[in-house]
Design a binder for this molecule. Structure first.
Ligand SMILES: Cc1cc2nc3c(=O)[nH]c(=O)nc-3n(C[C@H](O)[C@H](O)[C@H](O)COP(=O)(O)OP(=O)(O)OC[C@H]3O[C@@H](n4cnc5c(N)ncnc54)[C@H](O)[C@@H]3O)c2cc1C
Length: 477
């Protein structure tokens, strides 16, 4: 019998580790609520995780098996369950983040001590860290070169669902032998120490992820390149939380995009599909960056000789967090985050630029806030996104490229539709006026939208201050 340890692979289909385990006999599945991981979690992700596990557990039950669920330290639970099951081997999919790497090394040692074999396989991404390198064998720090190699590499097909599973009765007998392992209902969000979710996040689980993928590949994927930057066009896949928790496999996603490419009716449509695939490659690029540079979680990737003297004004930071900066597109984005645990990519770039280059606030503050509120928070992608915007990352935005939040709003939300959806105080204001909000007199702003805050900073002034801050950091004269 084999034990499969589910982690960021909350699914039965296209699961490399699970199908590998099943190739050698009946499989028993387990999920452990790791207390160290929970310390970094937040309600949107715990809610998604619980719902996704509920769906997976139901699937196992329809197959006459069940999902073992434990809370505690996997270093203790995994060997204890493996022993109680008399398992030959424990299989799991690699997690590339720093905390997981340390934990998994300790679990391997603990399994050695009880003489249980273990095997880890690559699953979450197509090409594992170290498999796409420069000709000198170094990891890439420039995305374009990485992408050129990534797109040419062969991509495996989805893995089949496991066919042979350990029966529920056998699993029940294990529960009696090992503390903190259960099989019945999953813990509640409350019992895990989190508040009930206030944001309206997307439905969790494989079924919902598959629906999102299918609907995206029917139509939007063919317009993705043109429309992806416009938040009201519903032009992106919304698969980020599913990919974060692995409720859908990357091979299944890619296969659907390849099928779409075959249906493309023009070169532009085929290129659009490829543009989407290149976002999947960004995800892998940032996974590699984090793997080879674990310090980026807290440190700048790019060194500035003199260090960056961030300004860090608490009141301004609080206004940014609450969506009360008086810059309409920024406030709309920040309020979308609070309301949905999600924000459109273009708007993430705008709010991140505003925080770091208008408020001159350290990107780590923004990252911490995103980590708290995003349902799709993924250390590699979130960190990559923040360090890109702050001009401190690998292949980042040059420091002198500073988004003007008004022209960004005008370009990507010309009718102010997105802004009005999340900033109802501006409902009655015309889009032209919204896009020149900072140029109106205080009196006029007060007359048009008395409830909406005044701009907390002057963009042109702050732009100059940001340039100076970066030039000082570079040691420029
Ligand atoms: C400051 C900032 C923070 C971000 N934080 C996260 C995060 O915590 N988690 C996260 O998954 N993405 C993050 N992103 C990247 C991007 O904004 C989201 O992946 C995207 O908005 C999710 O929506 P979607 O699934 O509809 O994307 P789609 O456009 O449909 O893209 C498909 C998938 O490709 C991947 N992807 C897309 N863009 C990027 C990118 N720039 N970098 C890495 N992977 C990408 C995601 O897995 C995404 O689901 C961040 C970007 C910025 C600028």
């Amino acid at each position: 019998m084999q034990l499969h340890w589910h982690r960021r692979d909350i699914r039965a289909a296209d699961n490399h580790g699970l199908s590998k385990a099943a190739a050698d006999g009946p499989v028993a599945p387990i999920f452990v609520f790791d207390t160290d991981v929970l310390a970094h979690a937040s309600p949107p992700r715990v809610r998604y995780l619980l719902d996704a596990l509920d769906e997976l557990q139901s699937w196992y039950r329809t197959q006459g098996s069940d999902l073992l669920v434990a809370t505690g330290d996997p270093r203790e639970t995994i060997p204890a369950v493996a022993e109680a099951l008399d398992a030959e081997r424990v299989v799991w999919n690699v997690d590339y983040s720093g905390l997981a790497k340390e934990r998994d090394a300790a679990v391997r040692l603990a399994l050695d001590e009880v003489d249980v074999e273990r095997e880890t396989v690559h699953d979450a991404i197509f090409h594992e860290p170290g498999s796409i390198t420069t000709n000198a064998g170094d990891p890439y720090s420039v995305y374009t070169y990485f992408w050129k190699k990534w797109r040419k590499r062969e991509k495996p097909s989805p893995y089949p669902e496991p066919s042979e599973l350990v029966g529920a009765e056998t699993l029940e007998s294990v529960v009696k032998q090992v503390d903190d392992v259960g099989i019945g209902s999953l813990p509640t969000i409350d019992s895990l120490g989190f508040e009930e979710l206030s944001a309206d996040i997307l439905t969790a689980g494989t079924d919902a992820a598959r629906e999102r993928l299918e609907s995206f590949c029917e139509d939007a994927i063919f317009r993705y390149a043109e429309d992806r930057d416009y938040p009201t066009r519903n032009a992106t896949s919304h698969l980020s939380t599913d990919l974060k928790f692995g409720t859908i496999g990357i091979r299944e996603v890619y296969e659907a995009t390849e099928a779409a490419a075959e249906r493309a009716e023009s070169e532009a449509e085929a290129e659009s599909v490829e543009e989407f695939q290149s976002q999947l490659a960004w995800r892998e690029f940032y996974t590699h960056v984090l793997y080879f540079n674990p310090s980026v979680v807290t440190e700048n990737f790019k060194e500035y000789e003199q260090g960056i003297q961030w300004r860090d004004d608490e009141e301004e930071l609080d206004a940014w967090k609450a969506g009360e900066t008086g810059y309409p597109i920024v406030d709309a984005g920040m309020r979308q985050l609070l309301a949905e645990g999600y924000m459109h990519n273009r708007v993430r770039m705008i709010v991140a630029s505003f925080l770091t280059k208008d408020l001159l606030c350290d990107w780590r503050e923004g990252y911490a806030h995103f980590r708290e509120y995003l349902s799709d928070h993924d250390t590699a992608n979130d960190n990559g996104g923040w360090q890109w915007a702050a001009s401190t990352g690998t292949d980042a935005q040059p420091y002198f490229r500073i988004f003007n939040p008004m022209t960004q709003g005008e370009r990507y939300d010309p009718d102010g539709e997105y802004i009005k959806q999340y900033v109802p105080e501006l409902e009655a204001v015309t889009s032209n006026t919204i896009h020149e909000w900072h140029e109106l007199s205080e009196l006029e702003r007060e007359r048009l939208a008395p409830e909406y805050p005044e701009p907390i900073v002057d963009h042109s002034e702050r732009r100059e201050m940001a340039l100076e801050m970066f030039e000082n950091a570079r040691g420029d004269d």
